[in-house]
Design a binder for this molecule. Structure first.
Ligand code: ATP
Ligand code: MG
Length: 281
C-alpha cells in the first residue's frame, strides 16, 4: 500500500493491523504523517487555484480595454483616456496581488528574511499613522495614545503589518469615519498593547475566525457599501504571519455596523527595572 501512495492518490491509507505492536504503531504513524501531508498539499493546490482565479479578472479587463483601444482608441479621445486609466489601474492591482503572493510564497518556503533589532514601537506607530493620514483624506485617522516602548522586531515587516490594519480600517469604514490608534504599555504583562479601532461596517461573528485565511473576504455586498474597491483577501494572512514571527497575538472585537478593533499584544524587549520582581520566567 505504501508503495502505491503518491501525489495523485494521497487519500490511500495503510490498514492498521489489529494487534497492538510495532507494526500497527508504524502504520498509525505513517497514516498520521499522510494526513498532514495531504492537508498541506490540498492547501497548496487551493492556493494556486485561488491565485489564478484572482489574476484572471484583471487580465480579462486589460484584454477588453486593449481591444477597445485597438478599435476606437485612435479616433475617440475619451475612449483613449478611459482605456489607459483602466489598464493602468488593473495592472496596479495585479502588481499588488503578485507582491502579496510572492511574500506568502517566500514565507511558506522560509525564505522571507527578517532583520530584527531593538526598535521604538512608538516611532513606528507615529510613522505609519502619519503616512496613512496623507492618503486617507476622507477619514479621520488619529493616535489616541502612544506610549514609549522598545520591541525586538524587523522594522520593515512591522511597518507592513501596521499598514495592513490601517488600510483595512480605512477601506471598511465609510467616508467620514474615524480610525483611532492606541499603543499602551503594560509592564506587568511585559508587553505593549497596540490597537486599531474604526467605526466602520464591522465583521459578522461567523466571519471573525475566517478573516485571517488566505483569500477570505467577508460578504462583498456590505463591503461595497463602504465604498471600497474590494481586495484580494490576503492582507490579514500576511499580517498574521508577521505577527507569528514576532510572537505577537492578535485579537478582534467587532460588531456589525458599529466598528472593529484589532488588538495586538507585542512583547516588550526591555528589562523594566521597576517591575522585574513580579515578572514570571
Ligand atoms: P487585501 O488583500 O487587499 O488586504 P482584503 O482587505 O479583502 O484584501 P484582508 O485584509 O485579509 O483582505 O481582510 C479580510 C477580510 O476581513 C476583508 O475582506 C473584510 O471583509 C474583513 N475586514 C478586515 N478588516 C476589517 C475592518 N477593519 N472592518 C471590517 N471588516 C474588516
Ligand atoms: Mg486588507
Amino acid at each position: 500500500t505504501a508503495r502505491k501512495i503518491e501525489v495523485e492518490r494521497m487519500d490511500k491509507r495503510i490498514e492498521v493491523p489489529p494487534a497492538q505492536d510495532e507494526l500497527s504503531e508504524l502504520a498509525l504513524t505513517f497514516n498520521h504523517m499522510l494526513d498532514r501531508l495531504e492537508r498541506g498539499f490540498n492547501q497548496q493546490q487551493r492556493f494556486v487555484s485561488d491565485a489564478s482565479h484572482e489574476l484572471r479578472t484583471p487580465v480579462t479587463v486589460i484584454l477588453g480595454y486593449s481591444d477597445l483601444l485597438a478599435r476606437w482608441g485612435r479616433s475617440d479621445a475619451k475612449i483613449l483616456e478611459e482605456g489607459i486609466t483602466s489598464i493602468r489601474s488593473e495592472a496596479e492591482d495585479m502588481q499588488d496581488l503578485i507582491e502579496k503572493l510572492l511574500f506568502l510564497a517566500r514565507a511558506d518556503q522560509k525564505r522571507q528574511i527578517l532583520h530584527k533589532d531593538f526598535v521604538h514601537l512608538d516611532e513606528l506607530v507615529d510613522d505609519a499613522v502619519r503616512k496613512m493620514k496623507l492618503v486617507a483624506k476622507e477619514h479621520t485617522v488619529q493616535i489616541a495614545v502612544n506610549e514609549p516602548g522598545i520591541i525586538y522586531a524587523d522594522p520593515a515587516t512591522m511597518r507592513q503589518m501596521m499598514r495592513i490594519f490601517l488600510e483595512n480600517a480605512v477601506k471598511y469604514t465609510p467616508a467620514g469615519g474615524h480610525i483611532a490608534v492606541s499603543s499602551r504599555r503594560l509592564p506587568e504583562k511585559g508587553c505593549m498593547e497596540l490597537t486599531f479601532a474604526d467605526d466602520g461596517i464591522g465583521i459578522a461573528q461567523e466571519d471573525k475566525d475566517k478573516i485571517f485565511e488566505r483569500f477570505y473576504r467577508a460578504d462583498s455586498a456590505r463591503t461595497k457599501k463602504a465604498g471600497s474597491i474590494g481586495g484580494t483577501g490576503l492582507g490579514l494572512s500576511i499580517a498574521s504571519w508577521i505577527a507569528e514571527q514576532h510572537e505577537i497575538e492578535i485579537a478582534v472585537e467587532s460588531e456589525l455596523d458599529k466598528g472593529t478593533k484589532f488588538i495586538l499584544t507585542i512583547p516588550l524587549a526591555e528589562d523594566d527595572e521597576s517591575d522585574t520582581s513580579d515578572k514570571e520566567g
